[in-house]
Design a protein around this ligand. Structure first.
Ligand code: IMP
Length: 183
């Protein structure tokens, strides 16, 4: 039995889309500086690939948040595990996120960042899973629409594993009830 039921986005398809997003961001931030704010851990692969296709002056920072109960849905009770190191006042911030599901994590982050008075704030998410969206969010750059499935790979985990898969796949739900140590 395989942990992945089906491959949703192959490495080639992901690479092509990341390149396109990079070109779009480059043109939008032409002659500006931008701070890429990566949301750990899920966005680490996406952000590192994306930034290589963005040809503007940029700096980086990271936040790590936890909003999962350990299962396959987020609770909306966001805990900050790692805060921003930089003073972001008057900077152009681009949040780089792996996936937006019910949207509560990003909603929390947007409010958290807005009070720090950035010059501009935009969002780039690799995957947009809209089926259970609970808040209205404007996502400025979207890699792919994501079906109502739990997905893993290319930075996304299931129980902290499988982030290193080079593709994005759908979790085989037969594994959901298994204890972590047999996966
Ligand atoms: P939200 O608060 O429901 O939008 O959840 C956002 C966070 O939940 C993401 O940053 C991911 O870490 C995680 N997440 C949501 N859906 C998935 C999924 O299908 N696979 C892996 N992680 C997910």
């Amino acid at each position: 039995m395989n942990i992945v039921k089906s491959v949703l986005f192959s490495p080639e398809v992901i690479a092509q889309r990341v390149k396109e997003l990079g070109a779009e961001i480059t043109s939008d931030y032409k002659d500006k500086e931008v701070l890429f704010l990566g949301i750990l851990k899920g966005a680490f692969l996406f952000m590192s690939d994306l930034c290589r296709y963005v040809d503007v002056k940029m700096e980086f920072d990271f936040m790590e948040v936890s909003s999962y109960s350990g299962g396959t849905y987020s609770t909306g009770q966001v805990r900050i595990l790692k805060d921003i190191d930089t003073n972001i006042e008057d900077k152009n911030i681009l949040i780089v996120e792996d996936i937006v599901d019910n949207g509560l994590t990003l909603d929390y982050l947007v409010n958290y960042i807005k009070v720090r008075q950035p010059r501009s704030l935009k969002i780039c998410a690799l995957l947009d899973k809209r089926a259970h969206r609970k808040v209205l969010l404007k996502i400025d750059y979207i890699g792919f629409d994501c079906p109502d499935e739990f997905v893993l790979g290319y930075g996304l985990d299931y129980g902290e594993f499988y982030r290193n898969l080079p593709f994005i796949g759908v979790l085989n739900e037969e594994f959901i009830s298994y204890p972590k140590n047999v996966l």
